[in-house]
Design a protein around this ligand. Structure first.
Ligand SMILES: Nc1ncnc2c1ncn2[C@@H]1O[C@H](COP(=O)(O)OP(=O)(O)OP(=O)(O)O)[C@@H](O)[C@H]1O
Ligand SMILES: [Mg+2]
Length: 343
């Protein structure tokens, strides 16, 4: 295995990524960064899943990528390269607004925070379409009804006039997806798109995202807690812990040969649906907060394999044929690669 001091390495390929987030760090209220040196590479037409426990920085990473951090948040370093548009962090507000929703769109974790309660859902979809396409109101209405129909809303013409509070959670989520994909974005960030929905609606929403992805060649950054969803949807997976990516690999390697003890712990925490309930293991302890990070590996206090070095020194990155892990003691089964091939 090869070690490098670089914080992360993109996959070795000559194809231009749809989205490349490079060394992103975000801090709130001038405190130490909550998200630190996050590098993620999303290839065109691919699904990159981002997983990790609550509070690991998944949503903060996606808000920063979209240029939608709240006022008390600051991107202290990093670049967000969107194919064909360069580094989004260097764009002015006007240019950014054009790209948001048009080229890169987001399905938010909580639909009510992004739907306007005072406007009918149809007018909101129509407005999203009119912002990015120069079409008439009547054409935008027709396109919106057709889109609501595409995302599986029955009686789309009737639902067009409904207000968000009149719809179920699953319906609101579909409206959000309709808004997000209305202008055929090249990149869709889906932040827990199925949280709080019942299982059959979850499956329908994921099918919908997958269909739109294969029809439009859209790349998807899929944020989820659910490793079952990862197994079904993802090409590659980034595992986040305490504001950092700790492992990045292809989906097969993630499940067959996870390299980081945190990834292994997450996999063991998966409930075994066929086994007795006490098969369910949770990871003891809590994610450390940004002002209280351990000196060495951030996972060391919760890691059952930690040696003294893990407590003392932040791990460098180990690369292998399928990806990389930020760990002093990765599972030593995968063939190493030449670091030079990536740089
Ligand atoms: N506006 C804010 N001000 C201060 N801290 C914030 C703010 N937004 C997020 N944070 C902090 O950033 C950290 C990461 O939060 P984030 O919402 O990205 O977690 P997450 O991985 O998306 O979790 P979940 O799975 O619960 O959605 C948390 O500790 C959170 O408290
Ligand atoms: Mg979140």
């Amino acid at each position: 295995m090869d070690r490098t001091e670089r914080s992360a390495l993109p996959p070795a390929t000559t194809e231009t990524p749809a989205l490349h987030i490079d060394n992103l760090s975000v801090a709130f209220n001038g405190n130490p960064p909550t998200v630190e040196d996050v590098t993620l590479t999303l290839m065109p037409g691919h699904v990159l899943a981002v997983v990790g426990e609550s509070g690991c920085g998944k949503s903060v990473t996606s808000f920063a990528t979209m240029g939608l951090l709240p006022d008390n948040g600051e991107m202290v370093s990093g670049r967000v390269e969107l194919s064909g548009h360069g580094d989004l962090t260097t764009l002015g507000n006007k240019e950014l607004r054009k790209i948001q929703g048009g080229e890169i769109a987001m399905i938010f974790q909580e639909p009510m925070t992004s739907l306007n309660p005072m406007m009918s859902v149809g007018s909101q979809v129509a407005e999203a379409i009119r912002t990015h396409r120069g079409i008439s109101r009547a054409e935008a209405k027709e396109a919106s009804i057709s889109l609501l129909d595409t995302v599986g809303i029955r009686n789309a013409a009737q639902v067009y006039t409904s207000y968000p509070h009149e719809l179920s959670g699953g319906m609101r989520q579909r409206v959000m997806i309709a808004m997000a994909v209305s202008c055929h974005p090249k990149v869709l960030i889906a932040d827990e798109p199925t949280t709080a929905l019942d299982v059959s609606i979850q499956a329908q929403i994921l099918d919908l995202i997958r269909n739109l992805q294969s029809q439009n060649g859209m790349a998807v950054l899929l944020i989820t807690h659910d490793l079952g969803v990862v197994a079904e949807m993802a090409d590659r997976v980034a595992v986040m812990y305490a504001g950092q990516v700790v492992e990045e690999t292809d989906v097969f390697t993630l499940f067959r040969q996870p390299q980081h003890p945190y990834t292994r712990a997450l996999l063991h925490a998966l409930p075994n649906l066929t086994g007795p309930r006490d098969d369910l293991q949770v990871i003891p302890g809590n994610v450390p907060s940004s002002g209280n990070m351990p000196a060495g590996c951030r996972f060391a206090p919760r890691c059952n394999q930690a040696i003294q070095k893990c407590h003392d020194e932040p791990p460098t990155i180990v690369t292998h044929t399928a990806g990389w892990a930020r760990c002093w003691l990765p599972t030593p089964q995968l063939a190493p690669v030449e670091v030079a091939a990536h740089v």
